[in-house]
Write a protein of this length. Structure first.
Length: 279
């Protein structure tokens, strides 16, 4: 019988946040895949876990995943851990999971700490709908594309950032989003944990005067739906009715559907749109 992959969440700071189930599983599996074995050995030693480890990280994730899947197909149970938090969230674990599904290897996830959820729940921002962006891309063009997509995002946004890039990222966010409400979460669950509500502009000023330290999670308010709708109305008003209908037809809608959508945008009846097109 094939083995099984266990995605084991580890603490994001406070070692007491590990679950009994994760500790037991890490002791029982045949092998542990770790993002950084030098970091993970401290965790294993703390809980007296003697299971052998192997390195699985961003730079070997494709080939190493193949090797680990082969071992599971031969009957080994393998646990995957990240440096901190839940494997597969902003780390290479997703590739191993993908290959497991392709090979028919069973996968289970042992829940636990995740910095994005921890930050969201204590942020004071809206929690019903949110989008997680992890670390923004380093490539300038790709980062610009991501930020452009976030400009009209109505859901709460969660972004990770390192201290040496924090001020630059805040300035880039202000340029695209404006001065939004922002909750800064720093060093979550650790001794010097800090969480405070501010705005993007105030945060830029604050960290110009105070050097950022620790790992940051930024929880940013989405654009109010009312503001988004008002911007859309202004945009439609700048178009003629024909341009508005053509806009939807160019997206693949037929003329009848395009007229219906145009009427909805403008708050009028389809008959009104039809009459104006005739004129």
């Amino acid at each position: 019988m094939a083995g099984k992959l266990y995605l084991c969440a580890t603490p994001i700071g406070n070692l007491e946040d590990i679950t009994y189930r994760v500790v037991r599983t890490l002791k029982e599996v045949d092998l542990i895949g770790a993002e950084d074995t030098r970091n993970s050995i401290k965790l294993l030693n703390h809980f007296d876990i003697k299971t052998p480890m192997t390195s699985y990280h961003e730079f070997n994730k494709y080939d190493k995943a193949k090797a680990l899947v082969e071992e599971m197909l031969q009957g080994k149970d393998i646990a995957l851990i990240t440096d901190a938090g839940t494997p597969g969230i902003s780390d290479p674990g997703e590739e191993l999971v993908r290959q497991c599904f392709e090979a028919g290897v069973e996968v289970t996830s042992l829940p636990g700490a995740a910095a994005c959820i921890t930050a969201l729940t204590m942020s004071g921002q809206k929690t019903r709908r949110f989008v997680f962006e992890a670390f923004l891309p380093k490539d300038k063009k790709e980062k610009a594309r991501v930020l452009e997509n976030l400009e009209n995002e109505t859901r709460t946004m969660i972004i990770y950032e390192a201290p040496h890039r924090l001020t630059k990222t805040l300035k880039e966010l202000e340029k695209v989003l404006g001065d939004r409400s922002l909750t800064i979460c720093r060093e979550l669950t650790k001794k010097f944990e800090e969480v405070f509500q501010t705005t993007i502009k105030e945060a830029i000023t604050y960290y110009y005067e105070k050097e950022p330290k620790g790992e940051f999670v930024l929880v940013i308010a989405g654009k109010p739906q009312e503001e988004l709708e008002e911007e859309k109305r202004k945009r439609w008003q700048e178009m003629t009715v024909k341009e508005h209908v053509d806009y939807y037809m160019n997206q693949g809608n037929d003329k009848k559907e395009s007229m219906r959508l145009t009427a909805k945008d403008r708050g009028v009846s389809k008959r009104d749109i039809y009459n104006q097109l005739i004129k």
